[in-house]
Structure formats: structure tokens, C-alpha cells
Design a protein around this ligand. Structure first.
Ligand code: DX5
Ligand code: ZN
Length: 221
């Protein structure tokens, strides 16, 4: 299991996105939070900003869609330049079709679960996905406290991935920091989103390296 870090630009300065994207070069991904003020009570950015970001950095874009009607919008984010598109299980009418459309357009397909959504009903869908995102906060805002109560779900998801022998990344998003990343890694996560912990640091690139090293050390043991 190799560790990947995906800094969330939600915690960056939106007036200087190109610079902020370059400040974390060396990260595996750039996490882009798309919010529509319906699925979550916050509004961020959409397709035109993703298109511009694609031109501003070589780091692959990891688009996290916190929007309703994922079925309609997810494929367009691949066309806008995302290398990975995450839709929410709660916002997709036909998750298998959405995942297949994302893959057919050439990106990695990923599905996210809000804290109150169980993984078990989705066990048979896992082969359709390249990544599963377990939210460790209620989605909508950066800077919230990590929900420890999600650790059992991370463990159960890792067990399902291993049981089926899948090459599926397990991402965690929300409150991931030097304080909490080891618990996530220990539970079986291998892809870590971090907003405040990266962009709130004096040196964002160094924060990415430190987080990756912390998680990798857990996986080595
Ligand atoms: C919130 C977003 C997260 C957010 C995480 O709904 O999905 O990606 O940026 O921010 P931190 O790391 O500060 O919790
Ligand atoms: Zn996110």
C-alpha cells in the first residue's frame, strides 16, 4: 500500500489559485472541492475553475463533487481536466453508470460516503471503483475536527477491499493532520486529503512531505 497525499485547495487563497497549486508541487494529487450549496451548505467552484487549474499545474486533479445530480455532472469534470472524479453515493441515482462513464472518459472513478452512510450496501459495487472516499467530517467546510467515530468504517472498508483482492485506494477527507493521520493509516487508509494541515502550515510542501512520512511509517510497521 503506497501512501498518497492530496492537499485540499479549499483551504488555499482562492484569489491566488495558480500559486497555491504550485506551492504543493510534489503532492500526489491536488484535491478540488466542488460544492453547489444544495448537497452541502457551501458554494465553491465549478467547471471553468477546474479547466483553469488544469493549465496552472502539472499535479493531477482529484475532484471531489459535493453536488446533487452527480449523474449529470461527473463526466464533465473529466473533460475539464480531472484525473480522478469522486461523486457522492448519496447524490448519484445510478452509481455504477456514473463510475463507468468516468472511467470511459479516461479518469479514475471514485465514490464518497458521508459519515452516516454505511459501506456494506456498496460491497458489490467496489470493483467498479478506483477509489472509495470515507468522509471523516460532515462535508461542507474545511477546518472541522476529525471524527474518530469513522475509524471502524475505515477498518471495515479495508477488510472488504482485501477480502475481494481489489486494487482500490481508500481515501479519507476531513480533519486529517499530523494529529490524526496515523490513526487513519492504521485503520487502512492510503490516500489522505488535508486542507488546513497543509495550507495552514508555514511551508505547505514540507507539510505534505511530513504527512506522507508519518503515514508511510505506520504502513511499514
Ligand atoms: C470538506 C472538504 C474537505 C476539506 C478538508 O467538505 O471535502 O476536502 O477541504 O479540510 P480540512 O483538511 O481542513 O478538514
Ligand atoms: Zn474534499
Amino acid at each position: 500500500m503506497s501512501v498518497q497525499i492530496s492537499p485540499s485547495i479549499l483551504s488555499a487563497d482562492f484569489a491566488r489559485l495558480a500559486e497555491e497549486a504550485r506551492a504543493v508541487e510534489g503532492a500526489d494529487w491536488l484535491h478540488v472541492d466542488v460544492m453547489d450549496n444544495h448537497f452541502v451548505p457551501n458554494l465553491t467552484l465549478g467547471l471553468p475553475v477546474v479547466e483553469s487549474l488544469r493549465k496552472a499545474t502539472d499535479t493531477p486533479l482529484d475532484c471531489h463533487l459535493m453536488i446533487e445530480n452527480a449523474d449529470r455532472w461527473a463526466p464533465a469534470y473529466v473533460e475539464a481536466g480531472a484525473s480522478s472524479v469522486t461523486f457522492h453515493a448519496e447524490a448519484a441515482a445510478a452509481p455504477v453508470r456514473v463510475a463507468r462513464e468516468i472511467r470511459a472518459k479516461g479518469a479514475r472513478a471514485s465514490m464518497a460516503l458521508r459519515p452516516a452512510t454505511a459501506i456494506e450496501p456498496y460491497e458489490d459495487l467496489l470493483p467498479e471503483l478506483d477509489m472509495l472516499l470515507i468522509m471523516t467530517i460532515e462535508p461542507g467546510f474545511g477546518g472541522q475536527a476529525f471524527l474518530d467515530i469513522m475509524l471502524p468504517k475505515i477498518r471495515r472498508t479495508r477488510a472488504l477491499i482485501d477480502k475481494h483482492g481489489l486494487d482500490l485506494w481508500l481515501q479519507v477527507d476531513g480533519g486529517v493532520s499530523s494529529e490524526t493521520i496515523e490513526r487513519c493509516a492504521e485503520a487502512g487508509a492510503d490516500n489522505f486529503v488535508a486542507g488546513t494541515a497543509v495550507y495552514g502550515a508555514e511551508d505547505p510542501a514540507a507539510a505534505v512531505r511530513a504527512l506522507r512520512e508519518q503515514a508511510a511509517a505506520v504502513h511499514r510497521h
